[in-house]
Structures are given as structure tokens and as C-alpha cells.
Design a protein around this ligand. Sequence first.
Ligand SMILES: Nc1nc2c(ncn2[C@@H]2O[C@H](COP(=O)(O)OP(=O)(O)OP(=O)(O)O)[C@@H](O)[C@H]2O)c(=O)[nH]1
Ligand SMILES: [Mg+2]
Ligand SMILES: [Zn+2]
Length: 336
Amino acid sequence: MRRYGRNADEDDIRVRPNRKGNRPRTSIRPKHEDAAEGMVLTVDRGRITCLVGDRTITAMKARELGRKAAVVGDRVSLVGDLSGNKDTLARIVRIGERSSVLRRTADDDDPYERVVVANADQLAIVTALADPEPRPRLVDRCLVAAFDGGLEPLLVMTKSDLAPPEKLLELYGALDIPYVVTNREELYDGGAADRVREHLTGRTTAFVGHSGVGKTTLVNALVPEERRRSTGHVNAVTGRGRHTTTSALALPLAGAGGWVIDTPGVRSFGLNHVDPSRVIHAFPDLEPGTEGCPRACSHDEPDCALDAWVEEGRADTARLYSLRRLLATRERHEGD
Ligand SMILES: Nc1nc2c(ncn2[C@@H]2O[C@H](COP(=O)(O)OP(=O)(O)OP(=O)(O)O)[C@@H](O)[C@H]2O)c(=O)[nH]1
Ligand SMILES: [Mg+2]
Ligand SMILES: [Zn+2]
């Protein structure tokens, strides 16, 4: 299930023995033919922790890579000291082509986009049912980012011990997007961890959501202790004494395999990089209703067919409102 992207760079052309003879197919020799392949587990400022075989190695980006950043989930080629011993540094000389990219900007008018995670195939959008209050508009934004980046969405509603899920399920239950309802106690005692794991096996899943919704709690319940220890997780303590995640971290699932990627909480999920015409794909309940729209409809004009669609009861009014907000806003610090 894991995909290793190929890079079209000249120095990536491999000397592959010809099946019939022993002569190489090409005379172009790779620049780093002794490079090892690895996966980025976490990035802390310039230090990049990679998994190479079963070793955890600290690396820096080689200067020849220029401005391209290595992010969690990237498949990379490394040279130099690959021992993984303390105080050694390897060099990343190549970043493999990415099968998916989860991008976000700080807010909608921020031109600086960053790649949060590479090569994930699923985006777990985590929202607490209370404390903090659910923010459907943030969920919708994450859905847009998932569809745009080529990740399949999964909704995870946490803290069902504090509030029931019915209201949120009214909005999202009918969307054909898989969802799981969890709470902390059940993660360890009941079947909640198994219900989540069912969706994760064999895939790479990035967990995103507002700070404090329980992403790390969830990930910790899913990944056995000894697997977590080997990666050196960076956490910070907030002003109120709570632990908060400061950098994304990939952790391996046991058993049938797969990866979970914990990420720092976000306030907003800027979508400056997403073409507005693509936003509608994240609203599968509304999209079929746009068939009656005039050409190049902004979906916020008198002839827009979505008003009738909602009046006929084929989608929830709140969802149309959310779509329109999302299309219209280029406001700063918007994310509730
Ligand atoms: N009542 C209740 N509290 C929970 C549950 N899950 C997590 N919490 C608590 O919520 C708080 C935040 O949990 P975290 O797992 O750190 O949240 P996070 O999403 O990783 O937060 P950031 O790293 O800041 O993004 C902690 O005090 C958890 O103990 C739950 O199901 N029910
Ligand atoms: Mg966290
Ligand atoms: Zn329309």
C-alpha cells in the first residue's frame, strides 16, 4: 500500500542490470549511488529524523536540494554517516516524488503555503464534541484540503463522554465520509481504538484538527509505547500546563502496518492555494445540486441552483452556508 514515488532527476536514473545480460541499461551513473532510502519521521527546525531500515537517523538537508523542504512522510535518499549514532548527521540528497501533499496557508490571503505532510493517503479530521466546541467550518476547510491534496477524509469525533455526537452527525453523517466517535476511556478499555484502527490499517493517516481536540491522546492509544519511544517526540507545555504538539511526527502502527502522523493543532486552515472551483468537491452533498447552476456560477448569486436544492431538503442549510462562507472569505484568522 505504501507508495515510493520516483523522482525524474537525472541523478535518479538507476543503473539496473539488464535481465538478459550483465551490461547496465544506461551509462548515466547516479551521483549518489550509495544513498540509502528512508522516510522522514519528524522535522525539528533543521534537524530531520528519518527511518532508514530499522534505524532512526538524524539528518540535514544537503545544500544541493535548494529551497525544497523535506516534510514528514517524505521518502528521501541519504548519504554520509548512516550509523544513527549520537551526534552523527546524515545528509538528505534527494526528496522523492510525492503521491499526495497536504498543504495549508496560515490564512486565506497568505501566499506562503506550506506542505504539512507528504505521501499520506488519508486525512483524519479530528474534532472534539466539546472542549473545545466543534467548529464545522474548520472541518469543512480540512475536507477541502483533503480533496485538493489527494487524501481520503476520515472524521474522528472525540470526547463523546462530554457531549453527544448527534448534532455533528446531522451535518456529516450523510456525507458518505467514514467517521468514528471516540472517547478517552474507551480508547483503552472499550473498542474505540479498534474502531479507529479499522480505518488505519495499511495506510498512512495524518491527524489534523484544532489544538486540544485529542489528536495525541488518540495516536498514543494506537501506537504501542516502545514504538513511540524510538522516535523522540517533541512536546511543549502550554501556559495552562497542558502538553501541546509542536511538530508533526510519524509513528508506525503495529500488526498489519500503516502509519499515523500526529500534527500540531491549528487555529485555522488557510486555503489560499486551492482554486475556488475545486472547493465544491469537498461538499459531496451539494455538488450534484450544482448541475442546474448557470455557467461559472459563484454559488452565491440569485440563479444559483443550490438554494432550491436545499429548499427541497436534499442537503442541510448549514452546509450551503458553510460552502458560501468558505468561497467568500479571504478573511484573516478565520477558522471557527
Ligand atoms: N474528556 C475527555 N478528554 C479528552 C479526551 N481525549 C483527550 N482528552 C483531553 O484533552 C486534552 C487535549 O488532548 P491532546 O491529545 O493533547 O490534544 P491535541 O489535539 O493533541 O492538542 P495539540 O497537540 O495542542 O494540537 C488532554 O487534557 C486530554 O487528556 C476524551 O475523549 N475525553
Ligand atoms: Mg497533540
Ligand atoms: Zn451555483
